[in-house]
Design a protein around this ligand. Sequence first.
Ligand code: KIV
Length: 288
Amino acid sequence: MSKVTIDTGTSRATPSPVPGKRMTVPSIRARKAEGKTEPPLVMLTAYTMRMAQLLDPHCDMLLVGDSLGQVIYGLPSTIPVTLDMMCAHGAAVVRGSWHALVGVDMPFGSYEQSPEQAFANASRIMKETGCAAVKLEGGEAMAETIAFLTLRGIPVIGHVGLTPQAVNMLGGYGVRGREDIEAEKILADARAVAEAGAFVMVVEGVMEQLATRISKHVAVPVIGIGASAECDGQVLVTDDMLGLFERTPRFVKRYDDMAERISKAAETYAGEVRSRTFPSPDQTYRPK
Ligand code: KIV
């Protein structure tokens, strides 16, 4: 007898393997009440089915970030990331998760032209992946698009502050909001994104004082990355926090050194293959 529990809160077609409901847009939004989010929301990036399975029980949200351009594909930035990439990885992450809300990034060039272009591409992402929300970068300039999507049933995660798709305009990935004029603009962006209907927003790479102001002035949960502990939640690129890359940005804490551990495992395997100690009788098929 199957022990699968039907999660009627989400879908009859994809029953959850364990009791409990997937986080929803209203349940995430409701976590910020009277200006406070306790406990803070937990978000990590995921790009593959297996990683999603491992992260899912610990996270409120999984983000299929366009950072997969650099992390998975070795691209120099997120600019070349395509809708096909986001759809393939988004679908894998949805298949590997049952608890966290899955959000998928809209890649550069797939939403900026017009609200109609954004709707066509966001609906494709939702149909092909089964995700609950899309994320797009930009503040006041994107408010009309965010309103257009949310009024038509597409939940939006905003992203302001350091917006990596604008790297060519910004000239790099440095912290934003050091100067008052820039800080005021980012605060106005955050307000516009929330007022347009985003149910949660990422604030990336800003000074602590600005992160505090945004979290106070904006009604929806603010998820920080390089934006201090003053936010309503945190997100990191999983591969960074696992220590898979040599270079770790200042705002990242390494919770493991997986690059070292994978390299050691591969070295041991290579040595055993070369010395013919692998496979041993334990891994060999012989007549009983
Ligand atoms: O693409 C991504 O992974 C992101 C996070 C860093 C927030 O946008």
